[in-house]
Unconditional design. Structure first.
Length: 324
């Protein structure tokens, strides 16, 4: 493994269980996330330099949070820092240590705003650093190996030996070490003994970001309110009316099946749309993707899960406030 002319891999710490500790020796649950600094995490993993293919490793603490508490401000800071590092010719790739709980949302946000010419690898852990057999050190080693892989591009996730893409990845299990899944599409590849093996024998093609102009601009802008509403038995749409009164600029509906909505909820959404609120429909089904219907009343979320559709709608609304 080698990283060509660029000599640096930067590991950005944001917290999560990978940086978590427990006062109960060896405990896997009941710990506190985001306690150990990223430099200390790196220092505890033997073999990282080898995994980095001779590149220098640098650590920066961007945040120190449990990812359930992710904020738009942390997202904006992380995106800006990644964009600045990717523009630095000495940087070969970035690793982001992150909690598992909202990792897929952060992955989709970064995918949507960052150039895809170098790898940005998110990694995490299901067990705290103080567990009897923590999974964080191996995940970190794999993430660094992936960031040093010359064919790797774009925002990727390395967890439990598997490489996932930002669009497909989602957390599907609350406890299992292999907690992430890429659904029908399957993983992009694997990291095995420090080597990346791409599914179908080739690295995925790089994709231009949908909102590249926003990476450095997110910190300076007020974020609109975009909420997720679920279509369920007994839904009456009152929540939608309340959101409109509260100033929501966008609503993502987690719809049943192939995008169907409770009639009462649909009426409330029609009132919201008439008031200028942007509505997107995603399926609440965890697998597959909705087929767009020709006579569809609502714009669908292009196969994204409700949480990722919310990120896209946020960015779409933010982009609309950009000058020029
Ligand atoms: C978090 O998401 O920060 C806590 C849970 C985890 O990392 O597994």
């Amino acid at each position: 493994m080698q990283v060509g002319q660029a000599r640096k891999i930067v590991v950005l710490g944001t917290g999560g269980t990978i940086a978590g500790t427990s006062e109960v020796a060896g405990a896997n649950v009941g710990y506190t996330a985001a306690q150990i600094g990223v430099a200390q995490l790196l220092a505890a993993v033997p073999g990282l330099e080898r995994a980095a293919g001779g590149a220098e490793l640098a650590a920066e603490q961007v945040a120190q949070i449990d990812s359930k508490d992710m904020t738009h401000a942390v997202w904006a800071r992380l995106a800006a820092r990644c964009a600045a590092l990717l523009a630095d010719a000495s940087v070969a790739g970035i690793v982001v240590t992150h909690g598992t709980d909202t990792l897929e949302e952060t992955a989709w946000l970064l995918h949507s705003v960052l150039p895809a010419d170098k790898p940005v690898v998110l990694t995490c852990a299901m067990r705290p650093a103080t567990a009897l057999a923590p999974d964080g050190p191996q995940n970190l080693l794999d993430a660094v190996a992936l960031a040093a892989e010359p064919s790797a591009r774009g925002v990727l996730v390395a967890a439990a030996g598997v490489v996932h893409g930002a669009r497909e990845v989602s957390k599907v299990h609350p406890l299992r070490l292999d907690a992430f899944d890429s659904g029908d599409t399957g993983p992009l590849g694997w990291v095995e003994a420090g080597r990346v093996r791409w599914a179908h024998g080739r690295a995925p093609a790089a994709q231009a970001p949908a909102h590249g102009a926003l990476a450095q601009a997110l910190e300076a802008r007020p974020w609109p309110r975009v909420e997720i509403v679920l279509s369920h038995a007994g839904a009456d749409g009152a929540l939608v009316d309340w959101l409109v009164q509260g100033g929501a600029a966008g609503i993502v509906v987690a719809a049943t099946g192939n995008g169907t909505l409770h009639a009462a909820l649909e009426q409330a959404l029609a009132r919201a749309a008439a008031a200028g609120v942007r509505v997107r429909v995603a399926s609440r089904c965890p697998q597959g993707r909705m087929l767009a219907l020709q006579d569809a009343r609502w714009q669908d979320a292009d196969g994204l899960s409700p949480v990722k559709a919310r990120v896209s709608l946020l960015l779409e609304l933010l982009a609309a406030t950009m000058p020029g």
